[in-house]
Design a protein around this ligand. Structure first.
Ligand code: E4P
Length: 215
């Protein structure tokens, strides 16, 4: 499973990239609003830090405006992927843009039908928001499971990016289902590395090694 970082924070992206496990980055207007850099400069800088795809969201609402904005965003860097929220105008824009070779990540997916339509329109990625479904007492991971089955049934090559990840178990569940990608907040990525038995084990090995050294 590919691991994307769900952030627009340059420090977090630099750090995760240095771990050697980072395949891409996803941003959204909320994540960008938390940073202080000018928008275009921030996106260019993120795109220069990694070679993988960097999702940048279009905020227009009408198809013709989404198309124009997305074409401009795609010029910021070669690895820019355009995030377009699922809606009728979004589908129209996805069709046009994907035929032009611009990669689209259809975002705010909350049902298998939305995912199916986005895939048929030509989206390279679809992003189901798991945590937000869990928040309203729906089993978010069931959506990923259904999407995976539907895409397999029809040989659709649109990739599933599991988003709105809130804790490490979401990542495990996404991987067990066989989701292509999970986009993960940095705090969750840090938790994925940790295990108390590993910490205890390292401490004991160091203590015992010091006995060997002092012989
Ligand atoms: C995914 O692409 C989104 O940026 C993100 O995962 C949304 O997560 P949230 O529900 O925690 O805001």
């Amino acid at each position: 499973m590919q691991i994307f970082l769900d952030t627009a924070n340059l420090g977090q992206i630099r750090e995760a990239a240095s771990w050697g496990i980072l395949d891409g980055v996803t941003t959204n207007p909320t994540l960008v609003s938390r940073e202080s850099e000018k928008f275009e400069d921030l996106i260019k800088e993120i795109c220069s830090l990694i070679t993988g795809p960097v999702s940048v969201e279009s905020v227009s609402t009408l198809a013709e405006d989404i198309i124009k904005e997305s074409r401009d965003l795609a010029k910021l860097a070669e690895n820019v992927v355009i995030k377009i929220p699922i809606c009728v105008d979004g589908l129209k824009a996805i069709k046009v843009l994907s035929q032009e070779g611009i990669h689209i990540n259809t975002t705010l997916i909350f049902s298998p039908n939305q995912a199916l339509l986005a895939a048929k329109a030509g989206a390279k990625y679809v992003s189901p928001f798991i945590g937000r479904l869990d928040d309203i007492s729906h089993e978010g991971m069931d959506l990923v499971d259904q999407m995976k089955t539907i895409f397999n049934n029809y040989g659709l090559d649109t990739e599933i990016i599991v988003g709105s990840v809130r804790h490490p178990l979401h990542v495990v569940e996404a991987a067990l289902i066989g989701a292509d990608i999970a986009t993960i907040p940095f705090a969750v990525l840090e938790k994925m590395v940790k295990h108390p038995l590993t910490d205890i084990g390292i401490e004991k090995f160091l203590k015992d090694w010091n006995k060997v050294k002092s012989r």
